[in-house]
Ligand binder design. Structure first.
Ligand SMILES: NC(=O)c1ccc[n+]([C@@H]2O[C@H](COP(=O)([O-])OP(=O)(O)OC[C@H]3O[C@@H](n4cnc5c(N)ncnc54)[C@H](OP(=O)(O)O)[C@@H]3O)[C@@H](O)[C@H]2O)c1
Length: 333
């Protein structure tokens, strides 16, 4: 049986591209006792992967070593098993990496119930859904009647944050990068308002929407949208930090905004990463499942076929040209 993997060849200085990877074709040996062989169906492309290929060891995960399979989340199906933990036909999720096949030991990947579509496990019932729910509900302690602002609002995490916020009874404003995305947020996802960070005066727009201030802010981007939100926080507001995509490629400076507002407004600021909370995913997915069944969550995937295309497609996340959760289809179910 043949396998194909993408190995990290060198570290980018700026954007990640095909030149940083080697495509390796290889013959797979027979499966070892105690392991299962998984065929990968989709791999996820996430902004954080840009950080994982940098040399910095000052983060929540160590850098991907040069010469290793690129680290990524993914979903797959068990093709062969010599382990009691996996049955042939099981659907599995977790860190598959950029590979067509992988052999796994018990605990390496999670077996998931076949109650939703496999695509749901890439998006709503994958990292984006868990990140949105955990950030908003667990870290943010969202409460009905509050005013919520979310940046990166039309993205895979942000669009779910806003919709979960609406389902929980909050007033929601989103900040995104095109008018088409802003219209989608309001007209199709039910956000109360949206601002375009490229054309709108964000501080003025936020003040008009929330004259008494933002109670809960969900940050995905950093830079000017973050500054505008900070200026418009309500006293005792909470700011939840999920990501700072504008600085991941070194294209924008990670400069602090006007920090005195934190004291003047007595704000709480909190960052989190979901790799600390994998154990909570099943409980979160039960809650998200209820909202899905009630028709309260809409979601779209932006899928390209072919593992070899992963490095060139990755930068759609940073151009803003992805329309929904960015993923690569590796094989058919
Ligand atoms: N803490 C965690 O555990 C965790 C887990 C998952 C994701 N995240 C973070 O969540 C954020 C969103 O991730 P995602 O997977 O949902 O991606 P996404 O939002 O689906 O895609 C990224 C979007 O970010 C926007 N963007 C890119 N560069 C930008 C810039 N310089 N300024 C403003 N906006 C920019 C673009 O939309 P526009 O057209 O609107 O610019 C782009 O479509 C990222 O910061 C990511 O690191 C954190």
């Amino acid at each position: 049986m043949n396998n194909t993997r993408l190995l990290l060849k060198s570290r980018p200085d700026g954007r990640l591209g095909p030149e940083h990877f080697d495509l390796r074709d290889e013959q797979l040996g027979s499966l070892t006792d105690g392991k299962a062989r998984v065929r990968v169906l989709y791999v996820s492309l996430d902004p954080a992967m840009r950080g994982w290929v940098s040399a910095s060891t000052d983060s929540y995960l160590p850098p991907v070593p040069l010469g290793d399979t690129m680290r990524s989340l993914g979903v797959g199906v068990v093709e062969e098993s010599k382990s009691d933990a996996y049955q042939v036909g099981d659907w599995v999720t977790g860190m598959t990496g950029w590979t067509k096949f992988l052999d796994v030991a018990p605990g390496d990947l999670s077996v998931v119930p076949q109650l939703a579509s496999i695509e749901d496990y890439v998006g709503i019932l994958g990292l984006p859904g868990a990140t949105a729910w955990h950030g908003l509900v667990v870290e943010g302690q969202a409460k009905a009647g509050e005013t919520l602002c979310v940046t990166g609002a039309a993205g895979s995490v942000g669009s779910l944050v806003g919709q979960i916020g609406k389902a929980l009874g909050l007033r929601v404003i989103g900040i995104a990068g095109t008018q088409e995305k802003c219209d989608w947020l309001v007209d199709e996802l039910g956000f109360d308002a949206a601002l375009n960070y490229r054309t709108d005066d964000l501080s003025k727009g936020l003040k008009e929407f929330a004259p008494n201030g933002i109670n809960l802010h969900f940050e995905n981007v950093g830079g000017e949208p973050f500054n505008a939100a900070l200026k418009n926080m309500a006293p005792f507001g909470r700011m939840i930090f999920c990501g700072f995509i504008s600085v991941y490629n070194g294209e924008a400076k990670d400069t602090p905004p006007e920090m005195t507002a934190i004291v003047r407004k007595r704000l709480t600021l909190k960052g989190y990463v979901m790799t600390d909370h994998f154990d909570t995913f099943p409980a979160i997915f039960q809650e998200l499942g209820k909202l899905m069944m009630a028709g309260k969550l809409r979601y779209r995937l932006d899928v390209t076929e072919g593992l070899e295309n992963a490095p060139s497609v990755f930068n759609k996340l940073f151009d803003g040209t992805n329309k929904g959760k960015l993923a690569i289809k590796v094989s058919d179910l």
